[in-house]
Design a protein around this ligand. Structure first.
Ligand code: PMP
Length: 309
């Protein structure tokens, strides 16, 4: 089974201890990939990539610690240390000679014939950010629906472990949204409170405050959400972590998703109810601009969130 050679510049990847061409990273179709876990991590360009070639990983420690936690929950053994994983990521990015921001997705799954051992693969590929002043991707319309599917609950399939299995739940909601003419979906949890998006956490703005559901609302314990909770008060905006009802979401002045993939993504409407007067909302734009500066290494206070490649 080939892993998509050359996908978005991903000519090389790292597999089970070795750097190799992606086209040579072959596994048997009998492998238990569906029992796997993964991480989604990003590295951002600092300065002029062509002159300095500098990339920094955001939240390396937080992401790799979560990978280890997911492995512990799902009973997977990792034959490498966290430092060896960082070395693997650095080697793979360097081999691909990226001239842009890079997405890194370490994947692990139990070996089919030796489940006490895991396959470990590190694919990386280039991506375009939605952030940055006047980026049309940031301000594009995004119409959401509240999914008729509930988020997988902690007592069935724990959302706090980043396992592929949880994304079958996300896939149902995302496909339902497309079928109904929306761009994406927001889940409620099994109690009926607002949970998260299909691949990102949710934050709303109401009365000058940011409100985001707690981990107990069946969300992935998002690295980005934790960063946002920490840095948003720097902008003079208080953050409340508490359960949020569907009607409170409808009555928000602004709402946005936050996550490694989505970065900071404004939401135009939910169930065809337009949120607030202005789109993207002023608070969302302010938060996104500050986050963009943090990612570019311009905010000294949060430089420790960045790890050089
Ligand atoms: N929730 C879900 C379901 C996700 O897939 C993601 C993306 N990993 C997030 C939240 C955001 O998590 P993070 O900020 O750690 O990327």
């Amino acid at each position: 089974m080939s892993t998509g050679a050359g996908f978005r510049g991903s000519k090389h990847c790292w597999m089970n201890g070795q750097l190799m061409e992606t086209k040579d990273a072959l596994v048997s179709p009998m492998e238990s990939i569906h029992l796997g876990i993964f991480e989604g991590i990003k590295a951002y360009v600092e300065g002029d990539i062509l002159k300095e070639g500098k990339l920094n990983i955001i939240g390396w420690k937080q992401h790799i610690d979560r990978l280890w936690r997911s492995a512990a929950v799902d009973g997977l053994n990792i034959a490498y240390t966290k430092d060896e994983m960082l070395k693997a990521v650095r080697e793979t990015i360097k081999a691909n000679k990226f001239k842009k921001n890079v997405y890194i997705q370490p994947r692990l799954w139990p070996k089919v014939d030796k489940p006490e051992e895991s396959h470990v693969v590190v694919p990386t590929w280039g991506f375009d950010t939605v952030l940055g002043k006047d980026n049309p991707k940031f301000s594009q319309e995004r119409r959401f629906m509240v999914s008729s599917w509930r988020r997988v609950s902690s007592d069935a399939l724990p959302p706090q472990a980043k396992s592929w299995a949880n994304y079958a739940n996300s896939n149902l909601a995302a496909r339902e949204a497309k079928r109904c003419g929306y761009d994406s979906a927001i889940f409620l949890d099994s109690r009926g409170f607002v949970s998260e998006g299909t691949g990102a956490c949710l934050m709303t703005v109401r009365g000058g405050k940011v409100i985001t559901p707690p981990v107990s609302a069946s969300i992935l314990e998002s690295v980005t959400r934790n960063f946002f909770i920490e840095f948003i008060p720097d902008l003079g905006i208080p953050v409340e972590v508490r359960d949020l009802t569907r009607v409170e979401l409808y009555a928000s002045d602004e709402a946005f998703l936050c996550g490694t993939g989505g970065e900071c993504t404004p939401i135009t409407s939910v169930d065809n109810i337009k949120l607030g007067e202005e789109y993207p909302g002023p608070m969302t734009s302010k938060i996104a601009a500050y986050y963009s500066d943090i990612l570019a290494g311009k905010v000294a206070k949060y430089r420790h969130w960045l790890t050089p490649v």
